[in-house]
Write a protein that binds this ligand. Structure first.
Ligand code: Z5A
Length: 212
């Protein structure tokens, strides 16, 4: 693997990942870095088709089906986008990656964490983040933000937005437990505050890895 750097943003719904990933990518590009900004589920043509099924609350999915769909999305994303960009020496920023699977399908849905770890490894083909930022906020804060956005959206809630608070709390606890287990890779940043302060803290964490 060549000299690319892989950064992932993780966290509960509405924690600000998409907003902050775009700000970070913009800042790094302004500094002359080559950046690929991508997301999961999605990020490839196959991935966008998988995402449509994955998020549609009208499509019934068991836990294993949900897991295998998101892993299929990841396998394609790694092969088509992440590995080539990293091999080309770029900074790759992904809005969600394998920790989301551990948090949502493992801690949230209760899928066996050991087996899930092995499947995650298979799908990610040994592409691991150099740095993961977990944007942490109370689930109520995140859901208020996304539900305010959903009110203006004719599509309504997706599969996860409609879940009970307890589910989202298990997911949040899942991200925090990943961070405790891997402190060298994972940095937790409080995102229940104004945007600019969160962006500054993310940039400080990224500069430690990529320089100024
Ligand atoms: N999922 C899974 O189950 N397993 C997996 O392996 C993977 C994913 C990879 C993806 O849906 C769903 O897939 C996700 C987990 C599951 N569902 N959930 N929950 P998505 O991509 O559509 O949703 P998301 O990833 O959760 O994104 P989001 O809802 O858009 O949240 P976000 O990216 O963290 O937040 P945002 O879009 O940046 O901000 C949301 C709103 O809050 C927006 O109006 C912002 O302007 C506002 N915002 C952001 N930051 C702030 C601050 N600091 N203050 C005030 N307002 C703010």
């Amino acid at each position: 693997m060549a000299a690319g750097i892989f950064i992932t943003l993780e966290g509960v719904e509405g924690s600000g990942k998409t907003t902050q990933a775009a700000i970070l990518a913009g800042e790094l590009r302004r500094r002359g870095r080559r950046v690929t900004l991508t997301h999961e589920p999605g990020g490839t043509r196959a991935g966008e088709a998988i995402r449509a099924i994955f998020l549609d609350p009208a499509v019934a999915l068991g836990v294993a089906s949900e897991l295998l769909l998101v892993l299929a999305d990841r396998a394609q994303h790694v092969r088509e986008k992440l590995r080539p960009a990293l091999e080309a020496g770029e900074i790759v920023i992904s809005d969600r990656y394998s920790d989301s699977t551990t948090a949502y399908q493992g801690h949230g849905r209760g899928f066996d964490l050991k087996l899930l770890g092995e499947l995650n490894q298979l799908a990610s083909d040994d592409i691991r983040p150099d740095l993961t930022i977990v944007l942490d906020c109370p689930v109520e804060t995140g859901l208020l933000r996304t539900r305010a956005r959903a009110r203006g959206d004719v599509r309504g809630y997706d599969r996860f937005e409609g879940e009970q608070l307890d589910f989202h709390r298990r997911v949040r606890a899942g991200f925090l437990s990943i961070a405790r287990a891997e402190p060298a890779r994972v940095t937790v940043i409080d995102s229940a505050r104004e945007l600019a302060g969160v962006s500054t803290d993310i940039l400080i964490a990224v500069e430690r890895l990529v320089g100024h």
